[in-house]
Design a binder for this molecule. Structure first.
Ligand code: HEC
Length: 158
């Protein structure tokens, strides 16, 4: 027979342990959320990267070069005309929608340096182009994204 005193003590110990576990859980939750959100909180572009100026002049030569890079490296996700609609033959199958560069409001909200940094570093499922493309090629693509947002045929920006 277990004496009632031992039983009572065991129950108290058990209650204490449950309360301790609860407290630990409550304390740990924000940490868990913070860690989980670290990856989902956005691009976290460093402020000095945003300040970088585009050294590549926008002209027909640089734009043609960007167009051909775009066709081979970006169109399969961002769409041939930059509208974010993948072409029918694209293998793209992720849930995150590739950005629509014809959305002028969205593109205007980013500095050249910010777009450059994003192309350089990528963000899942978008790959990094740091090694695949040269700095100059990535800056040319920044110009092309601006042209997608403001095609020469469109009415002038207000
Ligand atoms: C595998 C598909 C894929 C490829 C290839 C790809 N992207 Fe992306 N890109 C994405 C996705 C998806 C996003 C949105 C990511 C997000 O919002 O988390 C994105 C976002 C971006 C952004 C950021 C826009 C914003 O809203 O902040 C830029 C700039 C960009 N891509 C440029 C390019 C360029 C230039 C290329 C080619 C050199 C390229 N991407 C290739 C999938 C891709």
């Amino acid at each position: 027979m277990i004496s009632s005193g031992v039983l009572r003590r065991s129950v108290r110990l058990l209650r204490f342990s449950i309360r301790a576990c609860e407290r630990l859980l409550v304390a740990a939750l924000p940490v868990v959320f913070a860690l989980a959100c670290f990856g989902c909180a956005g691009w976290n572009v460093p402020p000095d990267a945003k300040q970088m100026k585009n050294p590549v002049a926008l002209n027909t030569v640089t734009l043609d070069s960007a167009r051909s890079l775009y066709r081979s490296d970006c169109a399969k996700c961002h769409g041939i005309s930059g509208d974010g609609k993948k072409p029918p033959d694209s293998m793209y199958s992720y849930r995150t929608k590739p950005t629509n560069f014809t959305n002028a409001k969205l593109v205007d909200a980013m500095s050249d340096g910010e777009i450059f940094w994003k192309i350089t570093n990528g963000r899942k499922p978008m790959p990094s182009f740091k090694i695949r493309l040269t700095d100059e090629q990535r800056w040319e693509l920044v110009d092309l994204i601006r042209v997608f947002a403001h095609p020469p045929s469109a009415p002038a920006r207000k």
